[in-house]
Design a protein around this ligand. Structure first.
Ligand code: FES
Length: 136
């Protein structure tokens, strides 16, 4: 019985760890960071997600004073950030990168499956079976 409880606590902590590097075992609240540019640019309104690039998030250090571009199309060679690949007219890519800023400098988990509903941050969507089976 206690083994099951310990397993559940471990899984719960792992899920929170995907949201924020500041999550620690025992934290009760989910802490998905906020994109400070969310209300200032229209790329976040794109309905379609990009191609699944990976089945797990990517931990990256971000500075609070910098603006970043997160790859939504899934074709960048500099994942999880945009390298301009979406501009290649032969690829006919509809998605545009998501520009974002963070509230404070630190380590963040950025979505690398490109299916998150909290762009550009991982929200655990990658745990869905169809995403896990899409990438070997
Ligand atoms: S990698 Fe976690 S939601 Fe995309």
């Amino acid at each position: 019985m206690s083994l099951i409880l310990r397993r559940n606590l471990g899984a719960s902590w792992l899920l929170k760890a995907c949201y924020s590097s500041s999550a620690k075992p025992g934290d009760s609240a989910k802490t998905i960071p906020k994109n400070l540019l969310e209300d200032k640019q229209t790329a976040v309104l794109q309905k379609e997600n990009g191609a699944i690039f990976d089945k797990r998030p990517f931990k990256i250090h971000l500075d609070k004073d910098k603006t970043y571009s997160w790859c939504l199309c899934g074709k960048s060679k500099s994942q999880p950030l945009c390298d301009g690949m979406h501009k290649n007219e032969f690829l006919k890519i509809k998605q545009r990168p998501i520009r974002f800023k963070v509230e404070k400098s630190g380590d963040y988990w950025l979505c690398n499956c490109k299916q998150t509903t909290h762009r550009p941050f991982c929200d655990g969507t990658h745990k869905q079976p169809h995403i896990q089976s899409a990438v070997k």
